[in-house]
Design a protein around this ligand. Structure first.
Ligand code: MN
Length: 623
């Protein structure tokens, strides 16, 4: 912990160290007794991640939030308490990380990794949330050895597919290659060990050779009065592996490719040095890249060239200024230091919001961080299908949009939806990471009403199309009458279909009597119902206590969202719906059949009371 404080002090003497210490003490207490797989206290993970952020020179609020990042998920600390202790900004960061943890990232399919990454951005809402998450993941990768093998592989794959590319996008190269190397170690253990062994073997030779190249270069440069910072650079294991795959060259050649980085004073000098190198050794034309004139999307700038060095060895040079080097190593984090100062970088075309941030030269630090709230993907939501595909929709989309995004046929026949296993109405607003299952009904047709709440243009277009074609071909359907036996009511008669009396609304628990109607159903009344006081043909019936499930038939005036309303109302009572379907009796009337699991007989009472309140419901029968 002291180490962390010292790290922060190195780049920001005026940091709020009390805040960091407070967050540390708070987290330590809340997580006390929680151990990691490695046997260490959980706080060691939090400090480990926070140290990574200190290396990136992050602000103290981000560091405090990092120390608190698992608190909402893993401890009893309530949201209100956290907000009270640390304020809104830190609370938002912690909650952002928690939200990302709740996304079902492990459900993703590799081909949809890009959508998954976008979903993370859309969920995070503040770039610092993503950076905390990267530090968290890096620390977890460092203790991956304590997990079971299948878990190691899954986490490593996810790191490689989701988190490393995000680090790259943000220009956090040191995090990117560490994540990649760690993931690579668990995904391809044999290749990894092989590369590691070879690098160790050739280490001395490489050092000696690089010294030779450096001294030749230094002699030449001194003639031009240029003094430079020349470093040989480590190559990541994963990048060696990728190069081997991509270029289909053998191991030896890759190792032979030595790297030297030169840090020049300004851009002019970069090109001068390049000229000197090319006059000393023959360059390989197709290996030359000018990322100073054409920066990469993540702001990376540098000159790259490969030459045939002494003894016909290939040597790669990277030439860049100090500022470019900072961006290359630290990416977006490098900008933290430039707050309030006009920078002279060329900014990422893709992450163009960053550009605006740095142009805010007159604004205060607080506003600087405000601007880091991500607008990047906030106009989209990313929704899962039950089998893990991700669908991108406009923000504010509802299950109908989702249904049309899958297939226009599913959209047309959509009558309801389950979101994260709960029934919802058709107008329910979907959120990032929701898992949506669409309930369809044969021959169902979309309604003009839907146009009022769908957001995607595809849904709008398809609904209009379907309505037009529907007007030409009227579909006639007959009500299907089924004979089912009620498991809910006991009666001494062969008649088995029960309708609840409209007059007295009997419910489980009430004392009841039955009347046999002309069409062979039994109407259930309360024993003291005035309407049946005079009737002679009453039969004795009673509620069956042993019931575990019932079927309800609901007749209602057909309208948009009726079925969804019913499903939503029942599931909001916390009662499981086993089966649900709806059919149209005629142009005005619909029949819904629901099967429930019962916890006790009182559930029936609650369900019927609730459904009775839904507009347009006319009759409820128990089958
Ligand atoms: Mn964590």
């Amino acid at each position: 912990m002291l180490e962390l404080i010292e790290k922060v002090r190195m780049y920001n003497e005026k940091a709020d160290f009390d805040l960091i210490t407070k967050a540390y003490e708070f987290a330590k207490k809340a997580h006390s007794g929680q151990l990691r797989e490695s046997g260490e206290e959980h706080i060691s993970h939090l400090v480990g991640a926070a140290k990574t952020l200190a290396k990136l020179k992050m602000d103290e609020k981000t560091i405090a939030a990092c120390l608190l990042h698992d608190i909402l998920e893993d401890t009893k600390v309530a949201k209100e308490e956290l907000k009270k202790e640390f304020g809104q900004e830190i609370f938002d960061l912690v909650e952002g990380v928690t939200k990302i943890d709740k996304l079902r990232i492990s459900d993703f399919k590799i081909r949809q990794a890009e959508n998954m990454r976008k979903m993370l951005f859309a969920t995070a809402k503040d770039i610092r949330v993503i950076i905390i998450k990267l530090a968290d993941r890096l620390d977890n990768m460092l203790s991956l050895q304590y997990l079971k093998e299948d878990k190691q592989k899954r986490i490593a794959q996810e790191t490689l597919d989701i988190y490393a590319p995000i680090a790259y996008r943000l220009g956090l190269f040191s995090i990117k290659w560490r994540l990649e190397d760690l993931a690579f170690r668990y995904l391809e253990p044999k290749v990894y060990q092989n590369i590691k062994k070879n690098i160790a073997q050739t280490h001395e030779q490489r050092e000696a050779y690089l010294e030779k190249v450096k001294s030749i270069l230094e002699t030449s440069l001194s003639k031009y009065n240029i003094k430079l910072d020349i470093r040989s650079r480590p190559k990541s294991f994963y990048s060696i592996y990728r190069k081997m795959q991509k270029k289909e060259v053998n191991f030896k050649m890759i190792f032979d490719l030595l790297g030297i980085r030169i840090i020049a004073d300004d851009v002019k000098e970069c090109y001068e040095v390049l000229g000197i190198i090319h006059s000393l050794w023959k360059p390989i034309p197709k290996e030359f890249d000018d990322y100073i004139a054409n920066p990469k999307l993540n702001l990376y700038q540098s000159l790259h060239t490969v030459v045939v060095g002494p003894d016909k060895q290939l040597v790669e040079f990277q030439i860049r200024t100090k500022d470019m080097d900072k961006i290359a190593e630290e990416g977006i984090a490098a900008h933290w230091e430039y707050k309030g100062v006009k920078g002279d970088f060329k900014f990422d075309k893709q992450l163009s919001w960053l550009k605006e941030v740095l142009q805010l030269k007159d604004k205060s630090g607080q506003e600087f961080f405000e601007t880091l709230k991500l607008d990047l993907f906030s106009y989209k939501v990313y929704i899962f299908t039950p089998n893990g595909d991700i669908i991108e929709l406009p923000k504010g989309s509802c299950p109908v949009d989702f249904a049309y995004a899958i297939h226009s046929d599913i959209g047309n026949r959509c009558v309801g939806a389950r979101v994260n296993e709960k029934y919802v109405g058709l107008q329910h607003e979907l959120e990032n990471g929701d898992v949506v299952e669409i309930i369809t009904q044969k021959n169902h047709m979309p309604s003009r009403e839907w146009l009022k709440f769908v957001k995607s243009s595809k849904a709008k277009e398809k609904i209009i199309q379907a309505i037009k074609s529907h007007q030409l071909i009227p579909i006639k359907r007959m009500a299907k009458l089924e004979e089912t036996k009620s498991s809910l009511i006991e009666a001494d008669t062969e008649f088995r279909e029960f309708k609840l009396g409209d007059c007295c609304n009997p419910l489980p628990g009430d004392e009841i009597l039955g009347l046999i109607t002309r069409n062979g159903k039994i109407t259930v009344h309360k024993k003291d119902c005035k309407n049946i006081a005079e009737v002679k043909s009453r039969i004795n019936i009673m509620w069956k206590e042993s019931s575990t499930s019932i079927n309800l038939k609901i007749l209602a005036l057909d309208r948009v969202g009726l079925f969804a309303d019913i499903l939503h109302n029942v599931s909001s009572l916390g009662i499981n719906i086993d089966k649900a379907n709806v059919s149209t009796i005629n142009k005005d009337l619909a029949e819904c059949n629901l099967k429930f699991e019962l916890n006790n007989l009182n559930d029936v009472r609650r369900i019927i009371e609730r459904i009775n309140k839904i507009a347009d419901v006319k009759k409820i029968s128990i089958n």
